[in-house]
Design a protein around this ligand. Sequence first.
Ligand code: ATP
Ligand code: MG
Length: 255
Amino acid sequence: MVTKGEVTFENVDFEYVPNKTLLNQFNLKIKAGETLALVGASGSGKTTLMYLLLGFYKVQKGKVCIDGVDISTINTGLLREQVGMVQQECILFHETLRYNLLLAKPKATEQELLQACKDAQLETVLQKLPEGLDTKLGGENISISGGEQQRVAIARLFLRNPAIVILDEATSHLDGETEKEIQKAYARLCKGRTTIIIAHRLSAIQDVDCIAVLNKGELVGYGKHENLLNMCTVYRNLYEYQYNKEGVGAKDEAI
Ligand SMILES: Nc1ncnc2c1ncn2[C@@H]1O[C@H](COP(=O)(O)OP(=O)(O)OP(=O)(O)O)[C@@H](O)[C@H]1O
Ligand SMILES: [Mg+2]
């Protein structure tokens, strides 16, 4: 299956619990190769939309499509090849880095593993590991930080090479340097793929192709940062909340 990576939510109804509607006739289109940021207060439905795209839950009505094909008709294994997600909490096994990477692509060559580490800004981390790829993570003296874990998750995505990637944007627990490394890896990962960023800090997404604003499961804004500031009250409130929280410069406060 050759995927271009266009994603559409078409008249989607969804509820986790009966009679507690979260999405009602929800529509959203993400063009192939575009970067879209999803924003909205906690509980507005950002993660839910991504779980529907990943096939973790089924819609009650309507459909979620990739390149026009209803994902409920796509075999789960194939779907997972097309859509990859980096979450803030990434599961690493108490095994070697090699083992943890090969989970993404069991037949990857040495060259591919090293390239994925490079692409994910893991090279300096790799150099510090006494036995390189064959160092057991979490073993004696080999603790791996949250930011490094996230980069291992990014390296896995480079190996899997999906057409669509979902990034759960880093929140404030990362230090500035680590965050810069992750942003660089993300920028490389986004190239040539449809990218959906679940954004917590509006300051980090002002240059994306498009921003979708959610409020209680409803799409209440869609467009570029400047337009949304003028046209979308929910967006403006989110922005002003972050901006004013601790005075000018506090736009970096995560929501
Ligand atoms: N497994 C679940 N069962 C029942 N309700 C759920 C479940 N997961 C999420 N919800 C509810 O669905 C709504 C949307 O949740 P969701 O996690 O998609 O929000 P979000 O925008 O990702 O929030 P956050 O910014 O906090 O991550 C919330 O009201 C939440 O309580
Ligand atoms: Mg969420």
